[in-house]
Design a protein around this ligand. Structure first.
Ligand SMILES: NC(=O)C1=CN([C@@H]2O[C@H](COP(=O)(O)OP(=O)(O)OC[C@H]3O[C@@H](n4cnc5c(N)ncnc54)[C@H](O)[C@@H]3O)[C@@H](O)[C@H]2O)C=CC1
Ligand SMILES: O=C(CO)COP(=O)(O)O
Length: 411
């Protein structure tokens, strides 16, 4: 419950401005305008600066209120402000919405470290997983760890162009911050010796056991100053829910994040069988096996907190799998690569005008992780996708490669 003195408004920044980043900036800006009691109206949107028609993309967005390159034809609210400086865009924000292709997020977090409010909260809209040194983590965790803040996740059956056109859909937001450290004084952003506040947390010296907040267990969340409304499920829902974008708020951050990441691998296989002209039954078989492997993967590697029902009941699970295997970019490019006999990379370059597929790198990353665990055979569809991408198997081999599927993930 908000205290009587909770009169300070939340400032919101969207870190990223691609096809989904620009769409989410539109969604949240509509809500900041509708809820002036809770939010500052202006929404900062960090833009990776580039030249479009000989001009800076940020200037074009701020002049035309449209992202001509990544979300053409969709008017953005005038109070979405494109900012080429990420440090400046995040300054003073209490809510940071991360929405970038997953390969870029760590570099951007390192750039903003020490420039954010230590009590800020994040929401990751990124669909991907972070794999390195035989370890796997969610991007919500990675962001949390890099910045010393709590980060939840938003994911769902949300093809950006449809959301941007205000065609109705659902989404799932997972937000489950650990208890705040009410004893801790809120640290100054930049202490007198010039060391950024987040680097004051010497994470290497602390117990490395972590929950899915990404924060090592001895690092406590910095409390939000009392003059702000709490950033709870109600505030989060108010920021994202629109008449055409129905948000359900849950607590399973791992389930929501993994659903969004892993379905991109399945969508490649679905695109390939469509490209082969094998029909809807074949695609349904791919989705069935894919869903089983998604649940099994979650339970094995994030078992402490994950809930099977997130995959079967939420937009972030089965609904996102279905939409991505029907109308997503991963599916479309995979299908074209079979029909035209070209690599997916070639098709991505030609078709997407700078947008990035996430399925190919996620398939490789998940395969590297499974290999490091000696578990490739337990995930035959994920493994088949990786083998096909590497040229070690053919599209036509998929039925044979996955027929040993015996997962009892739902048992
Ligand atoms: N587009 C969609 O329909 C949906 C996408 N997502 C997820 O949202 C995340 C973001 O996707 P999109 O906004 O669609 O991105 P996108 O696919 O449109 O990617 C282009 C973006 O990457 C940026 N970029 C290019 N090079 C960069 C660099 N070196 N450093 C930083 N940024 C760079 C570009 O400036 C542009 O903003 C992804 O994880 C995606 O899977 C989730 C739901 C729907
Ligand atoms: O995540 C998406 C829809 O929910 C979009 O998927 P693609 O990246 O394959 O277009």
């Amino acid at each position: 419950m908000a205290s009587l003195s909770a009169n300070k408004k939340h400032k919101v920044t969207v870190v990223g401005s691609g096809n989904w980043g620009s769409t989410i900036a539109k969604v949240v800006a509509e809500n900041t305008a509708s809820h002036p009691d809770l939010f500052e109206k202006e929404v900062q949107m960090w833009v990776f600066e580039e030249q479009v028609e000989g001009r800076n993309l940020t200037e074009l967005i701020n002049e035309k209120h449209e992202n001509q390159k990544y979300l053409p034809g969709i008017p953005l609210p005038k109070h979405v402000i494109a900012n080429p400086s990420i440090e400046d865009a995040v300054k003073g924000s209490t809510i940071l919405v991360f929405n970038l292709p997953h390969q870029f997020i760590i570099a951007q977090c390192r750039q903003i470290k020490g420039h954010i409010e230590p009590y800020a909260r994040g929401i990751s809209c990124i669909k991907g997983v972070n794999v390195g040194d035989g370890k796997i983590s969610l991007f919500s965790e990675t962001i949390g760890r890099e910045l010393g803040i709590y980060c939840g996740a938003l994911s769902g059956a949300n093809i950006a162009n449809e959301v941007a056109q205000e065609k109705w859909c659902e989404t799932t937001i997972a937000y489950d911050p650990p208890p705040v450290d009410s004893q801790a004084p809120t640290p100054a952003k930049t202490p007198p010796n010039g060391t950024p506040a987040s680097s004051q947390l010497d994470l290497t010296k602390l117990d490395q056991h972590k929950d899915v907040s990404g924060l090592p267990s001895k690092v406590k969340l910095k409390p939000l100053p009392a003059e702000f409304h709490p950033i709870d499920h109600v505030t989060i829902k108010t920021l994202f829910h629109r008449p055409y974008f129905h948000a359900r708020v849950v607590s399973d951050v791992a389930g929501v994040s993994l659903g969004g990441a892993l379905k991109n691998i399945v969508a490649l296989a679905a695109g390939w069988v469509d490209g082969l002209g094998w029909g809807d039954n074949a695609k349904a078989a791919i989705m069935r096996v894919g869903l089983l492997e998604m649940v099994d993967f979650g339970k094995r590697f994030f078992g402490k907190t994950i809930q099977t029902k997130t995959f079967t009941e939420e937009s972030a699970g089965v609904a996102d799998l279905i939409t991505t295997c029907s109308g997503g970019r991963n599916h479309r490019c995979a299908k074209m690569s079979v029909v035209e006999g070209k690599s997916i990379a070639e098709i991505e370059e030609r078709e997407l005008n700078g947008q990035k597929l996430q399925g190919v790198s996620t398939a490789e990353e998940v395969n590297n992780f499974l290999k490091s665990q000696g578990l490739e055979k337990e995930f035959p569809l994920f493994t088949a996708v990786s083998q096909i991408l590497k040229g070690e198997a053919k599209y036509e081999d998929i039925p044979k490669l996955i027929e040993s599927e015996t997962s009892d993930a739902f048992a």
